[in-house]
Design a protein around this ligand. Structure first.
Ligand SMILES: *Cc1c(COP(=O)(O)O)cnc(C)c1O
Length: 459
């Protein structure tokens, strides 16, 4: 078993959480129509629904909250954030926004329109949505090994560069508006992208004159994996790897609710295209507010400026990724399938393999999520056919490549004992897997149904 890496911090403030009984949880499940998003957070013991905006800020960040400059224009917290970001990424223009999707909403329409395509190693769902809202089509182009959870590969998040070039030639390079590199690759299980792959992709993009945007939500976790797994960077710092990473793009969008360890925030960076930045400012003012606050309060900007640096601290990253690897090694002991190797921000249980008797249209990923809540009050979510939804033309249930149950780990929140509880609960559910039955949807809204649908266990 992997050693648990001790926390590089101590605890100064606590937030009590409620212990519930199995009977209570049964009641809560019924009240929520068996939808994880319908559960009351008070009735969740360990909340692994997402790692987005759920991290614990440091004492330095909380001190920053008190020092935030709330000026509408020309604020000091804005200046500090821009300065810190320029230093980290080496980009000339930095624009705060209120979260990742706001960055996508402001930037993408400047690069995409009807008839255009955007290609990514894998689009995150809001990123895909904003490509499509801009009128364009989104194409995923991840390496093949990402699609088999049982295969180990160092960089399962990579772009398939051979296929990328084929798609460019097939669609016509003039029709490709944007290439998006998502680091780490969230939808494939928080899998990293190598610097070599970023370089190769950028080279192809330059050859065909296509701009590259990094979707940078987990840039620091990605840099940590690069240091571990890519020989050239073994002796480089997270800061150096980050600079090298961002050389291979023209712009980035970032949800700061992940690696920058804030509860709300986002960023846009533009390497040197001043015209693009000027157009962007117009969109930001319309959607987010004046450019020196970008939909955030001054205190949020201050906490973000501090969090960006804390999220890049090596000892912190070692502890954070170590937590995920600790849980993974326990699952290895029990022979329980998950997307291998462990990702940066969580474990993606392979529900297709674990509940192999439940077909995709009875939602194995969701079923496993319900069982984990029933077992131990742990909230997770489905990343599979339940989330994917129906074909918009035929109304038929789509079949996803994966059936994952995602345990997304909030930053600096849970202790080793919580991880032991998670592992035990997974094992207990695994031991009684043959008795577990799937689910049927009894009501669903037209779009993004997984947030609101009502479900019923199949008898
Ligand atoms: C979370 C996330 C986004 C969207 O960010 P929000 O802050 O939730 O709007 C975009 N891309 C990736 C890879 C993400 O993980």
């Amino acid at each position: 078993m992997k050693k648990y890496i001790a926390e590089p911090f101590r605890i100064k403030m606590v937030e009590p959480i409620e212990m519930t009984t199995r009977e209570e949880r049964e009641e809560e499940l019924k009240k929520a129509h068996h939808n994880m998003f319908g559960l009351d957070s008070k009735k969740v013991y360990i909340d692994l629904l997402t790692d987005s905006g759920t991290g614990a800020m440091s004492d330095t960040q909380w001190a920053g909250i008190m020092r935030g400059d709330e000026a509408y224009a020309g604020g000091q917290s804005y200046k500090k954030l821009v300065e810190v970001s320029k230093e980290i990424f080496d980009y000339e223009f930095i624009q705060p926004v209120h979260q990742g999707r706001a960055a996508e909403k402001a930037l993408f329409p400047l690069l995409l329109k009807e008839g255009k395509f955007a290609i990514s190693n894998m689009f995150f769902d809001t990123t895909r949505a904003h490509v499509e809202l801009a009128g364009a089509r989104a194409i995923d182009c991840v390496v093949e090994e990402a699609k088999d959870p049982s295969i180990y590969a160092d960089f399962k998040g990579n772009m398939d560069t051979k296929r990328l070039e084929e798609i460019i030639n097939d669609k016509g390079s003039e029709n490709i508006g944007l290439i998006v590199m998502t680091i780490t690759n969230n939808s494939a299980g928080g899998q990293p992208v190598s610097v070599k792959n970023l370089r190769d992709t950028y080279k192809i993009a330059k050859k065909y004159d296509i701009p590259v945007c990094i979707d940078a939500a987990r840039f620091a976790e990605n840099a940590y994996f690069v240091k571990q797994r890519e020989k050239e960077f073994k002796d480089k710092s997270i800061e150096e790897i980050t600079k090298e990473t961002f050389k291979n793009a023209d712009m980035f969008t970032m949800s700061a609710k992940k690696d920058a360890i804030v509860n709300i925030g986002g960023l846009i960076g533009i390497k040197n295209d001043e015209k693009l930045y000027n157009d962007l400012k117009a969109n930001v003012i319309s959607y987010e507010g004046f450019i020196t606050y970008g939909g955030l309060s001054g205190r949020d900007l201050e906490a973000l400026a501090i969090g960006l640096k804390e999220g890049m601290n090596y000892d912190y990253l070692r502890y954070r990724i170590g937590q995920v690897e600790y849980l993974a090694s326990k699952l290895d002991d029990y022979n329980i399938a998950y997307q291998k190797p462990a990702g940066g921000h969580g474990i993606f249980l392979d529900a297709k393999a674990i509940l192999s008797h439940i077909p995709y249209y009875e939602f194995p990923g969701h079923t496993l999520a319900v069982e984990l809540y029933r077992q131990a009050g742990i909230r997770t979510c489905d990343i599979g056919s339940y989330m994917l939804g129906n074909d918009p033309d035929t109304g038929e249930q789509l079949k996803a490549d994966f059936e994952f149950t995602r345990l997304a780990i909030p930053r600096r929140v849970y202790t080793r004992a919580h991880f032991d509880v998670m592992a035990e609960a997974i094992k207990d559910v695994y031991d009684r897997r043959d008795e577990i039955k799937g689910f049927k949807i009894t009501w669903e809204p037209k779009v993004l149904r997984h947030f609101q649908a009502h479900l019923k266990p199949i008898e």
